[in-house]
Design a protein around this ligand. Structure first.
Ligand code: TXA
Ligand code: MG
Length: 352
């Protein structure tokens, strides 16, 4: 299959490209498109065969459900069995935006899309191209992140092409993504709303609207022995090819320890990459040293993390050390960054 890549950065060509993409999805095909969080791989959410194609293109296990993307609030009602008050309040506050809600599904959503579950994940994204595409495609677009299963979610169109060229019909190139980490997922089918995946919309933001909100304990502790509630969170995600270890401790000690290990590994013939911050990056010695941004600004770190992991792959790094970002109880987007970094490292973290 030839994958057509069309830029949607200029208004003049964007409308036509989106219309063509919408027709492809309506006919059962697959189109990658920009959202504010990461690139998504879109198919018709109401067509079980399309969902099957999404799983195959990504190499994703079919028990890992997809998020249904909508572009109008009224389109929520037909696909869910009920809309609790909590969902209305969150939609008012955060839609369109990087928030996904888990709700009981209606019969309109095929089981292929929900990985066999009775619930459905729904999100109304904020990116104008995403909204226009969902409309052009008939209102319901199933879209996981547009990466091969196990790879970091793509924040640039070239990474979508790297993973999916030849496997999907079209890529809408909207340039670099704004946020860089996937949406926050909140489960509203429980008595107390529960965060299954942390993201840009933080626990504090949800609590300001709902009152009490819990966090699934597997989010920050991979060793709790319990299966995570979002099926996708159980898979080793976002894995770089090199062996990634997080080093946690006081800044001085961390820099020293990473430099010591990097030297040791280089002597063994490994190629070593280091993820530091603006504050420390000049002090590391390794084959490739990258700054994830400023320690005071979690948003810059969120935006650069997946790109850095992919760059280390391109550069052939076999061992990677990273400073830690955020602490276990941390507020704000630091929790999401920490969650993704831990997963990328397969929970390999050393405390000094
Ligand atoms: O920001 C995002 O959410 C991006 C963009 C493209 O919108 N999409 C995304 O989709 O990250 P994906 O498929 O890579 O991650 C969806 C996660 C998976 O961990 C999946 O298991 C979980 O959502 N999920 C989907 N439906 C669910 C359900 N009914 N119950 C629990 N978890 C669900
Ligand atoms: Mg994904």
């Amino acid at each position: 299959m030839e994958t057509k890549i069309i830029s949607v950065k200029e208004k003049s060509i964007c409308g036509k490209a989106v219309e063509e993409a919408g027709r492809i999805i309506q006919a059962g095909g697959l189109v990658a498109f920009p959202t504010e969080t990461v690139y998504g791989l879109g198919g018709d959410a109401l067509n079980g065969e399309s969902s099957g194609r999404i799983y195959r293109a990504k190499g994703r296990p079919s028990d890992n459900p997809l998020i249904v993307h909508i572009c109008r609030m009224e389109d929520l009602f037909p696909i869910v069995a009920q809309v609790p008050d909590t969902a209305r309040k969150l939609a008012d506050a955060f839609w369109p935006g990087p928030l996904t809600m888990i709700l009981p599904k209606s019969d309109m959503v095929p089981r292929e899309t929900t990985g066999g579950l009775d619930t459905v994940a729904v999100r109304m994204p904020m990116h104008p191209v995403a909204l226009a595409l969902i409309d052009a495609a008939g209102g319901y677009v199933a879209a996981p992140s547009a990466n091969r299963s196990g790879r970091p979610s793509p924040t640039l169109p070239k990474y979508v092409a790297e993973d999916l060229d030849g496997r999907i019909d079209m890529i809408l190139d909207g340039g670099e993504i704004e946020i860089g980490l996937e949406s926050t997922i909140v489960d509203l089918t429980e008595e107390v709303p529960m965060i299954l995946r942390p993201g840009y919309i933080t626990k504090e933001m949800l609590e300001s609207v709902l009152g009490e909100v819990r966090v699934d304990r597997t989010v920050l502790d991979g060793n709790s022995g319990q299966p995570p509630k979002a099926p996708g969170m159980k898979y080793r995600h976002y894995a770089p090819k090199g062996e990634l270890t997080i080093i946690d401790g006081r800044q001085e000690q961390v820099v020293e320890e990473i430099n010591r290990r990097a030297r040791e590994m280089q002597e063994k013939g490994e190629r070593v990459g280091v993820i530091g911050t603006a504050e420390t990056v000049g002090r590391y010695m390794a084959d490739s040293v990258k700054s994830a941004g400023s320690r005071d600004d979690g948003k810059t770190v969120a935006k650069s993390l997946y790109r850095i992991l992919r760059e280390f792959d391109e550069e052939g790094m076999t061992v990677i050390y990273s400073e830690n970002f955020g602490t276990a109880g941390e507020e704000g987007i630091g929790q999401a960054v920490r969650n993704r970094l831990l997963k990328a490292a397969g929970h390999h973290i050393d405390y000094l």
